[in-house]
Design a protein around this ligand. Structure first.
Ligand code: ZN
Ligand code: ZN
Length: 277
């Protein structure tokens, strides 16, 4: 697992293309994808699956079973609505083989659906484009902002209006974190939340010319060259590139990125989440 920190939020991440993907946010008590179910996942009660490929979801029965054995409350599992049925079937068969019943809540999620995770925090499902039904996700903070017409008023005036119960605030969505899951570059183009998230986790399965853009697109993935072509769209403070093909070593990934990314300001914002295979 690779620890990733942003301010006071700590994330335990695994992002190995074709092998395992799992992002755990202990602070929010949620995770995106189960991967092969790392030990620390078991204590997390809420999972958001991006899609049904085994590198992202194979750990689901194990995770559910481990929670049952530990007498933890039934987990809440969110997944693309298209895979609720096959997942239910698989879980039924595992229950039969294990000889006991799992208590779970499996909920299908459509693009733009939202789930409350804390008083002012929601997870929103985003459109992703892969070879199978897929979702990306964003963690959104709801915050109140003074309406534009009151911006020039003094603090005292604002206070008085507040006391009079006047409607001077409007709700604003702040995307804190966004995840592409497995997707072509359209994830970035179609989702404002992804472009504006403070921290964006974007897949970057292929980076070299041996596996060109056409191949990435054919397999529903993103190539580094497409990320660079769309550099101007990334408004993020941090861009975490992940899900690199297992053919690349960390050293090679660093070398290619240093060479290909001419804009050093852009390079500075990039965090390479890659494992030594
Ligand atoms: Zn994958
Ligand atoms: Zn996939």
């Amino acid at each position: 697992m690779i620890p990733f920190e942003y301010k006071d939020v700590h994330i335990e991440a695994i992002g190995r293309g074709g092998i395992e993907t799992c992002y755990i946010f202990p602070r929010f008590q949620i995770a995106f994808d189960t991967g092969r179910s790392p030990d620390t996942l078991v204590d997390i009660p809420r999972i958001f699956l991006t899609h049904g490929h085994l590198d992202h979801a194979a750990g689901l029965p194990y995770y559910i079973s481990q929670r049952s054995l530990k007498h933890l409350p039934p987990p809440e599992i969110y997944c693309p609505s298209e895979i609720v049925e096959p997942l239910t079937q698989i879980l039924k068969l595992w229950q039969k083989m294990e000889g006991f019943e799992y208590e779970i809540q499996l909920k299908g999620i459509a693009v733009h659906d939202e789930v409350n995770i804390q008083k002012d925090l929601r997870v929103r499902a985003l459109a992703a484009h892969h070879r199978v039904p897929a979702r990306g996700y964003a963690i959104i903070r709801k915050s109140k902002k003074l309406k534009a017409e009151f911006l020039s008023r003094s603090g005292r005036e604002i206070q008085k209006m507040k006391e009079r119960g006047e409607d001077i605030f409007e709700e604003r969505d702040i995307p804190l974190f966004a995840f592409s899951g497995d997707s072509t570059i359209e994830f970035l183009m179609e989702n404002e939340e992804a472009r504006q998230a403070t921290v964006l986790f974007h897949e970057c399965t292929y980076i070299d010319d041996k596996r060109p853009v056409s191949r990435a697109r054919e397999w529903g993935h993103t190539h580094l060259d497409e990320i660079l072509e769309n550099e101007a769209l990334f408004q993020n403070e941090k861009i975490v590139l992940t899900h690199f093909s297992k053919r690349y070593t960390r050293r090679f990934i660093h070398q290619v990125l240093e060479k290909k990314i001419k804009n050093k300001e852009f390079l500075k914002r990039i965090f390479i989440l890659a494992h030594d295979n």
